[in-house]
Design a protein around this ligand. Structure first.
Ligand code: GLA
Length: 402
């Protein structure tokens, strides 16, 4: 860590960027990474806040050098990682790499257990700004806390700020120790796949399954500025043709619909989740881009209070969730059903600070604004989610009495 920068200052808001895994899986090359960096700039995603370009699994050669240092695959990353980091930095973006807290990565490449110091120094020398650290390979009998603390200590010892993304899948409750071992984000679920719902025998969790899992975990207290619970990277824009869908044994027959994409993004923003785009940016549609760059939704994700949204009311068709914001709250009305449905809520049952008697409401999708005495309602498309930013009028009175 560079002098004087506390861990929590590395991620005051949920980190945002692009990661190669969902788009390219193990077929990733340096050409894909350069194209993604260029596209982040050209599409306006960088200017919307997506700043990290992270190379996930499969960038390494099969063997380390004689000193145990990782080597970039000479076929797929012939220019090497320092040159790629320069390319990314030249576009005012930050560069991330992947390794694992075991003998090998999930795809069987060399990883970092027992070689944390050497690898952290390498990352710093190459100009890496972000490490995603997975949970695959032989753990050599060591528990998660000891394995993840070893890399946290190694990163803290190098003279570079490197965001530490703990990818432990929520197996050993990383929300309880992620921050203490130096992490700025910690995965709380299995892998998200580009599907609404997965069956038990399929790989990964669908988007609705992840929301259910986070609701069950009930871990909002773990999250605060500097340290973030991570429900996995975004599948917005993805379907059967994206890299991860082809790679993993999940039966995916169609792309996520516009409504499913919107609900996916709405919930990640409502949770205050890290936002790592996982779609191929060289082939992104206007609709998907509009979702990912929606300023009202992004402001909910990045709100300075850094809270995690929580469920207020759940039934099989209609769900109401909310997240307290610095000047009010975001309220999500989710139609889980297959028909258009009216979803109603009242500010009293949500996280909206209710000392006021009138509220302004901003529709996060349309930008429309109106006032309410407390009732909130929307006709919501199947699998869609209405998102309202609700601000008590005369907020100073509301905040001083709440
Ligand atoms: C695990 C992780 C994924 C991805 C793959 C790469 O499944 O959870 O996010 O990094 O490994 O192999």
């Amino acid at each position: 860590m560079a002098d004087g920068v506390p861990n929590s200052a590395l991620a005051p808001a949920p980190p945002m960027g692009w990661n190669s895994w969902n788009a390219h899986s193990c077929a990733v090359t340096e050409t894909d990474i350069r194209a993604a960096a260029d596209a982040l700039v050209e599409t306006g995603l960088r200017d919307a806040g997506y700043e990290y370009v992270v190379v996930d699994d499969c960038w390494m050669a099969e063997e380390t050098d004689d000193d145990g240092r990782l080597r970039a695959d000479p076929e797929t990353f012939p220019s090497g990682m320092a040159a790629l980091a320069d390319y990314v930095h030249d576009r005012a973006l930050k560069f991330g790499l992947y390794s694992s807290a075991g003998s090998h990565t999930c795809q069987g490449y060399q990883a970092s257990l027992g070689r944390e110091r050497v690898h952290a120094e390498q990352l710093a020398d190459w100009g890496v700004d972000f490490l995603k650290y997975d949970n695959c390979g032989d753990h050599r009998g060591r528990d998660a806390v000891s394995r993840y603390a070893a890399m946290g200590d190694a990163l803290a010892a190098v003279d570079r700020d490197i965001v530490y993304s703990i990818c432990e899948w929520g197996e050993s409750d990383p929300w309880e120790w992620g921050r203490n071992v130096g992490g700025q984000l910690w995965r709380v679920t299995d892998d998200a796949v580009a599907k609404w719902h997965t069956d038990r025998d399929e790989f990964g969790l669908g988007i609705a399954d992840i929301v259910d899992r986070v609701a069950e975990l009930d871990i909002p207290a773990a999250q605060a500025p500097g340290g973030w619970s991570d429900p996995d990277m975004l599948q917005v824009g993805n379907g059967p043709e994206s890299g991860q869908s082809r790679h993993e044994p999940t039966d995916i027959r169609r792309p996520l619909t516009a409504a499913e994409n919107r609900t996916h993004f709405a919930f990640w923003c409502l949770l205050g989740a890290p936002l790592f785009v996982g779609t191929d940016l060289t082939d992104i549609s206007r609709t998907v881009l509009d979702i990912l760059t929606n300023e009202h939704l992004l402001a909910i994700d990045q709100d300075p209070l850094g809270l995690q949204g929580t469920p207020d009311r759940r039934d099989p068709t209609r769900e109401v969730w909310s997240k307290r914001l610095h000047d009010g709250a975001a309220v999500a009305l989710w139609n889980r059903g297959e028909d258009p449905t009216d979803v109603h809520a009242h500010v009293d049952e949500t996280s909206v600070p209710t000392a006021g008697d009138r509220y302004s409401v901003l529709d996060g999708w349309t930008g429309e604004q109106w006032e309410t005495l407390g009732e909130l309602s929307a006709t919501v498309e199947p699998r869609g989610t209405a998102v309202f930013r609700v601000t008590p009028l005369d907020y100073s009175a509301a905040s001083s009495t709440s």
